[in-house]
Ligand binder design. Structure first.
Ligand SMILES: *[C@@H]1O[C@H](CO)[C@@H](O)[C@H](O)[C@H]1NC(C)=O
Ligand SMILES: *[C@@H]1O[C@H](CO)[C@@H](O)[C@H](O)[C@H]1NC(C)=O
Ligand SMILES: *[C@@H]1O[C@H](CO)[C@@H](O)[C@H](O)[C@H]1NC(C)=O
Length: 263
């Protein structure tokens, strides 16, 4: 009997060790920090918003109606058909570490509070035909964000999601055409509206036409999401990593308890 209890104790120690090792693993260097919205809620809101803003852009710029119709063919539901795709999730990046442990000493990292909720609201839509759709956001409460133009990538086609940074920086900073408005918090003001086309903008090595439309937040469809602060890693799925950790923890405790009681 005593021997079996030793075996039980061995299992218990093994499992506790396993849990500690796992907790250690969760503190490994994340790829980036982000405010992540619930995918179901976000995809429904994004779909309504995209449909509305593309319709308004079509009225405003009838010369690109054919291009808008072509893009909208792919975007008739919240699950687009190629060539458009949804981003892996809807989030606002706070700080990109790229797995670099040195950057865990940065204020962006140390001030980050995982689990905290932020409002992500917008009535501004940025569109490059056949290429990418994104929206600037201004998380509330305020949080220090490393990116010059905090945003959510809404839909992607030719360009990857990270290119939203370059698109919004071309518009809003470094002498971009909407720098004055951006600095004056124009895009945070609910009732302000604007619709513009900027032709032949240089973004990276590409030259593209950029469309931006801001509608009235109060009277038109808009984005009103809750982003939860999370350590992120695109190589792992966020939800499964959290739930599988919880499951593993639960199983470890159960196995430890059972083995101790049974033997
Ligand atoms: C946890 O991580 C620390 C620092 O990286 C390391 O020294 C320690 O051995 C690890 N503990 C376990 C149980 O893996
Ligand atoms: C990690 O970040 C630090 C600080 O910015 C930088 O000096 C270093 O070169 C980076 N390391 C790697 C492997 O990129
Ligand atoms: C632009 O093109 C050059 C030469 O092909 C390449 O080295 C550079 O990385 C490109 N820059 C961007 C931002 O894609």
């Amino acid at each position: 009997m005593a021997k079996l209890q030793v075996v039980g104790l061995f299992f218990l120690i093994l499992n506790v060790g396993f849990i500690f090792a796992q907790n250690n693993a969760t503190q490994s260097v994340p790829q980036y920090l982000a405010l992540v919205a619930d995918t179901k809620i976000a995809s429904a809101q994004v779909q309504d918003f995209v449909v509305q803003q593309m319709g308004k852009l079509k009225q405003q710029f009838p010369d690109i109606a054919a291009q808008i119709d072509q893009d909208m063919q792919s975007l008739t539901t919240s699950n687009p058909t190629l060539p458009w795709k949804n981003p892996a999730d809807y989030h606002t990046t706070v700080f990109y570490l790229g797995y670099n442990a040195t950057l865990m000493q940065s204020d962006f990292y140390t001030q980050f509070q995982p689990g905290k909720s932020y409002a992500l609201q917008s009535s501004t839509f940025v569109y490059i035909p056949g290429t990418i759709m994104c929206t600037p956001v201004f998380p509330s409460p305020k949080i220090n964000i490393a990116n010059k133009c905090p945003h959510i990538t809404l839909k992607i086609n030719k360009w990857e999601a990270f290119k939203s940074n370059a698109v919004l920086e071309a518009l809003f900073v470094n002498g971009g055409p909407l720098q004055t408005q951006y600095q004056a918090d124009f895009f945070m003001q609910q009732e302000q509206t604007l619709a513009k086309r900027f032709q032949s903008m240089k973004i990276g090595n590409d030259t593209v036409d950029v469309y931006i439309i801001k509608t009235n937040y109060n009277t038109d469809k808009h984005l009103d999401l809750t982003g939860v602060a999370q350590y992120c890693d695109d190589a792992k799925s966020k939800e499964t990593s959290t739930s599988s950790q919880q499951l593993n923890f639960f199983l470890s405790v159960m196995i430890a308890a059972l083995s101790y009681l049974l033997f």
